[in-house]
Design a protein around this ligand. Structure first.
Ligand SMILES: Cc1cc2nc3c(=O)[nH]c(=O)nc-3n(C[C@H](O)[C@H](O)[C@H](O)COP(=O)(O)O)c2cc1C
Length: 127
């Protein structure tokens, strides 16, 4: 099964940044990352791996509620009706400071304390 559909994957290859939402006790929490970082450390059919330099509140949120949503969009990907596509990637997330993904993040980005790992569940295009 391919959770990360081909359009979402193309978006992650062509867009500039990703908006990432977790749920805190006081409401949604929004952070960012660069799409090329995902390409450099981990982008496959089921998983997105991003370097975690900080992401402290994100980490705390994910310990309580692992649901995570990513929004990515690009004018360079054709939508159903117009140039430009974008959508939401739904999944489960964790900040991992040890293990394979953390090691991979630290090897590419020496400033990283670990990795934000997103296990993709489904993608939903909006355009
Ligand atoms: C475009 C963009 C890229 C970012 N890339 C990273 C990154 O690679 N790693 C990281 O830890 N924070 C990154 N940040 C900062 C995070 O959005 C966030 O402000 C910071 O990690 C603190 O997270 P927290 O509020 O969960 O503690 C980026 C922010 C933007 C806007």
């Amino acid at each position: 099964m391919t959770a990360l559909d081909p359009t979402a994957r193309e978006l992650l290859e062509k867009a500039e940044f990703i908006a990432i939402v977790t749920q805190g006790t006081d409401g949604p929490h929004l952070v960012g990352n660069w799409c090329d970082y995902a390409q450099r450390i981990g982008l496959d059919d089921e998983r997105i791996v991003l370097p975690a330099g900080r992401y402290k509140r994100t980490e705390e949120n994910l310990k309580r509620d692992s649901r995570i949503q990513l929004m990515v969009a690009s004018r360079a990907v054709r939508g159903a009706r117009t140039p430009g596509q974008g959508g939401v990637i739904h999944g489960k997330g964790s900040v991992q400071v040890d293990g394979e993904f953390a090691a991979r993040a630290k090897a590419v980005f020496p400033w990283a304390r670990g990795a934000l790992v997103i296990e993709v569940e489904r993608c939903e295009m909006q355009l």
